[in-house]
Design a binder for this molecule. Structure first.
Ligand SMILES: [Zn+2]
Ligand SMILES: [Zn+2]
Length: 124
């Protein structure tokens, strides 16, 4: 399979889930579709696609990195206990404008991640 087909498969894996998978989870899912895929290729394509802005990379507080096929601006809440990543409907409050006013620069975007304990982990 060529590199571009692998990237297409990666995009379909990422866009078909809202679980914000890690590289290893993406690798497992892709291997179900093509057992010949290597983890190195998965990492390379993830780096390439996040650099191009086709997917989003989300860094959590404990070293794990998650990926999101949805590039529409939205915030995330990450559970520090179980690592679950959820999308927030809280809308970005004109932070970009505020920063532009303060700096006189032009903001292209920003990242903001909320950490804590998810509802399920609080209950147990
Ligand atoms: Zn949790
Ligand atoms: Zn998301």
């Amino acid at each position: 399979m060529g590199y571009s087909r692998q990237r297409e498969m990666m995009l379909s894996v990422l866009r078909g889930t809202s679980s914000h998978p890690t590289a290893n989870e993406i690798y497992d899912e892709m291997r179900k579709r093509d057992p010949k895929i290597s983890l190195g290729t998965v990492y390379r394509n993830l780096a390439l696609l996040s650099e191009k802005g086709t997917i989003r990379r989300i860094d959590s507080d404990h070293d794990s990195v998650h990926y999101d096929g949805c590039t529409h601006p939205h915030y995330h809440f990450i559970c520090s206990k179980c690592g679950a990543v959820s999308d927030l409907s809280v809308t970005p409050i004109n932070l970009n404008t505020a920063v532009e006013e303060e700096t006189g620069g032009k903001v292209a975007g920003h990242t903001l991640v909320f950490y804590g304990e998810c509802e399920r982990c609080i209950k147990f």
